[in-house]
Ligand binder design. Structure first.
Ligand code: UDP
Ligand code: MG
Length: 338
């Protein structure tokens, strides 16, 4: 599926600047999994905002909402199809089976061709009024605008606790992400193109976007309650997402093995001194000292060796991802002079 490209190719220009003075075209990217109860509210709210932005000439007419049906088992796809047939500003993609939010979102982002796109959940928990502020921040020169929740009081105690633990754990593991930002964000065409150069299969979008660089800003909002339907992120999926995030972005767990090895070796030295002291004092059974020393030393040495192997595996892992090394933000002057 292809989506209309704007008349001029502005993808290499800084955010907010287009070769013409035209407003940018916008795609709202909305992954949906079993969202039939939310669909009509979501559609009417998002189309209202789109039309409002078009009438204010902040975005181009023809901007639309792209719904991605992530293998829903209910009537979500029927509703998406119907609204696009009814000539609503809607396009749809249906994944053949449920792949999870991150994959569904990537599927949507990879077909976007508009000047800017904003990803948002279908449940309207993210304040849709931020879309105005995001577009403003793009116009004032930002390529990435993060929607950040500054108030989680509408979340259940359990959701708050698990979300806080999740962010703490991720940052402890060395994943650099914007705290309390999920996947509600604006991306300019060049930021999106850069994101799409990450070809890895296991992708944790929230951890990758901050790696892109480019001018960025945040808009803050308080998270509302889900209007209908239930959360598709139970604890099990949340743990899965955390494991995905950590293992796809850092080799910190492998480093922890090396550190454990060193700590065990230091403990082995102390334990050996103690064991020898006990032997000299004649308070040990025959063979105890040598067994103790070898257990500690071998444990430490093995962990260090595992850590070293881990370092190499980490390198192989990072290399196999074939990640881009850099992105050009601006390029001035005559190319031939370079
Ligand atoms: N979602 C999806 N695939 C999934 C799970 C969720 O596309 O396997 C969508 C869901 O329809 C919603 C968004 O991802 O638009 C966020 O899910 P949810 O609101 O259930 O998560 P929570 O806000 O509870 O973390
Ligand atoms: Mg939600």
């Amino acid at each position: 599926m292809t989506i209309e490209k704007s008349d001029t190719d502005d993808s290499q220009l800084p955010a907010g600047l287009s070769a013409t003075t035209e407003p940018p075209s916008l795609t709202l990217v909305v992954p949906c999994y079993n969202e039939e109860k939310m669909f009509s509210a979501c559609l009417s709210e998002l189309s209202f905002i789109l039309n409002d932005l078009i009438s204010q000439q902040k975005i181009k007419p023809g901007s639309f909402i792209l719904f991605i049906d992530d293998g829903s088992k209910d009537d979500t796809w029927k509703l998406i199809k119907k609204s696009s047939i009814d000539k609503k500003p809607v396009r749809g993609l249906k994944l053949s089976k449920n792949q999870g939010h991150q994959v569904a979102l990537m599927a949507g982002l990879s077909v976007v061709e508009s000047d800017i796109c904003i990803s948002i959940d279908a449940d309207l928990q993210d304040d849709t009024r931020c879309i105005y502020a995001m577009v403003e921040k793009y116009i004032s020169g930002n390529d990435i605008v993060y929607g950040v929740r500054n108030d989680r009081s509408s979340d259940s105690f359990f959701k708050r606790l698990s979300a806080n633990t999740f962010y703490k754990f991720m940052s402890y593991m060395g994943v650099n992400q914007v705290e309390n930002h999920a996947d509600y964000r604006l991306l300019s065409k060049r930021a999106l193109d850069s994101l799409l150069t990450y070809k890895e299969r296991n992708i944790y979008i929230r951890g990758i976007v901050p790696l892109l660089g480019f001018p960025s800003d945040k808009v803050f909002y308080s998270r509302a309650e889900r209007l209908a339907g239930e959360s598709k992120y139970p604890l099990r999926k949340m743990i899965g997402l955390a494991i995905e995030g950590v293992t796809s972005l850092t080799v910190t767990p492998l480093r922890i093995i090396s550190s454990l090895g060193f700590i065990t070796c230091i403990m082995a030295i102390m334990a050996s001194v103690y064991a020898l002291f006990e032997k000299v004092q004649g308070r040990t059974l025959e063979g105890w000292t040598s067994v103790m020393i070898s257990i500690f030393f071998l444990g430490g040495v093995q962990l260090i060796c595992l850590g070293v192997i881990g370092e190499y595996i980490g390198k192989i892992y990072i290399e196999t991802k074939g990640r881009p090394k850099y992105f050009i933000e601006e390029n001035v002057g005559d190319k031939e002079v370079e």
